[in-house]
Design a protein around this ligand. Structure first.
Ligand code: PLP
Length: 433
């Protein structure tokens, strides 16, 4: 029985709960007992009595960060000072950490650098790609993409003064049809930041290449959450951030991927000295270095890179396919519990039900979404709100248990049952939602 119970419940979790057997807390605890990732939670610092469902916005801190930062401030910065660029390997940090990120996103050594933020990296690559496809006038993207991606594209189009048109496709099923001989570049986020809906990376990448265009994947919502195999995909370009699932810390540097065969064909517009072939010759004219280094611009935030590397190192201990499998099960459990226990409260599941079509968060739509999330946060169930009517619950398999999901839904049910969300205090809108 001890052995059979978890197996039986596994069927419930993957959506075979045909008899509508109610799940109990004990059922979820039984799943936790046999979870191959159960020990990973001890590597992260999670406030007491908190169910943290916002790793899609800011991953929790790895426990090893304070000690590493202490060492950085007392030894590397206070004592070793400027010599640290060489001796403590500050100078090579963007490359070293880039190589580590490469292993998480299916890239090779020297194809990734850790630097700047996703928006700036996107700008660099978009301009580089346009210049590599002269005569082509279109960038295909998705309307409703994460706003910064659209804003950066608009800024590029403005600086190309009418020679570049942004085709922002409304219906994601039609994106593929818009890619043609006029397309220079396709810029897409593989997991939709609101709905969690996953795009068909393979089909879109193939179509892009059939028409001689370049593809840029924004991996902000997939790096550290689901397997990405950029090399197998034959992807050209990618950017991403590390402060979400990868637990790199607030404002941690993002990353840039450029396929090896393209690196020396592309030049990016932010020609700073860190991308120069010989930065310490201090010559007047810019000459990009060979390889991925040309996508760097300027002096790095070494403090931020140092904290971020701790998070990346934790992820490298685990297999992305195990992380993905658990993430799908957590999401499925959440959806089934919402359907079972919050039916009648007017929630709409705004994410795909098919776990193969979904990233690592689940979105619910509700007319009172903002206030409901505020009430949940008061009970230390922390997700977030995206205007106008969406609340998101992100699942980070390394530090979330099945029982956490059960407890979170129990609290949501209570908030709805007692209409707590309707209190005045929960209607006040904060500047960060
Ligand atoms: C979170 C996110 C970003 C963040 O951009 P920053 O420059 O790091 O602030 C960009 N794109 C997408 C799709 C995101 O989800």
């Amino acid at each position: 029985m001890v052995l059979l119970l978890p197996i039986y419940n596994w069927f419930l979790v993957i959506g075979l709960n045909e008899n509508n057997m109610p799940l109990t807390l004990a059922d979820t605890e039984a799943l936790d007992l046999v979870d191959p990732l159960k020990n990973a939670k001890s590597e992260f610092s999670i406030p007491e009595n908190t169910i943290y469902l916002n790793s899609n916005s800011l991953g929790v801190m790895p426990k090893a960060v304070p000690e590493r930062i202490q060492d950085f401030t007392t030894r590397e910065w206070s004592n070793d000072l400027i010599g640290s660029w060489n001796h403590n390997k500050w100078f090579e940090a963007p490359y070293r950490i880039g190589d580590k990120i490469a292993r998480i996103i299916g890239a090779s050594d020297s194809e990734v650098v850790a630097t700047d933020c996703a928006s700036i990296n996107l700008y660099k690559l978009v301009v580089a790609a346009l210049n590599a496809r002269p005569g082509r006038t279109r960038i295909v993207t998705e309307a409703g993409n994460f706003p910064t991606d659209l804003y950066m594209l608009q800024s590029v189009a403005e600086s190309f003064a009418g020679d570049v048109e942004i085709v922002a496709v409304q219906d994601r099923n039609k994106i593929i049809e818009e890619i043609d001989e006029r397309t220079a570049l396709v810029v897409l986020t593989d997991v939709h930041y609101k709905t969690s809906h996953l795009l068909d990376r393979k089909a879109i990448t193939e179509r892009t290449h059939q028409h001689g265009a370049l593809i840029l994947w924004d991996l902000c919502h997939s790096a550290g959450a689901l397997p990405v195999d950029l090399n197998e995909l034959e992807a050209d370009l990618a950017v991403g951030c590390t402060y979400k699932y990868l637990s790199g810390g607030p404002g941690a540097p993002g990353f840039i991927f450029v396929a090896k065969h393209l690196q020396n064909q592309l030049t990016q517009p932010l020609q700073g000295w860190w991308g120069h072939a010989e930065p310490f010759k201090f010559v007047d004219d810019y000459a990009p270095t060979e390889g991925i280094g040309r996508f760097l611009c300027s002096t790095q935030s070494v403090l931020a890179l140092t904290a971020m590397e701790v998070g990346i190192d934790v992820f490298l201990k685990y297999e992305m396919k195990d992380i993905r499998r658990k993430s799908q099960k957590l999401g499925q459990l959440f959806i089934e519990l919402i359907e079972e226990r919050c039916a009648g409260f007017q929630f709409t599941i705004a994410s795909p039900r098919d776990p193969e079509q979904r990233g690592s968060h689940v979105a619910l739509a509700h007319d009172n979404a903002y206030a409901i999330m505020q009430a949940l946060i008061k009970h230390k169930v922390i997700g977030d709100f995206r205007a106008p009517d969406t609340i998101r619950f992100g699942f980070s398999p390394l530090y979330m248990s099945y029982a956490d999901i059960w407890n979170a839904v129990t609290i949501l049910e209570e908030v709805m049952q007692t209409a707590q969300w309707d209190r005045k205090e929960f209607q006040i809108v904060n500047s960060v939602t």
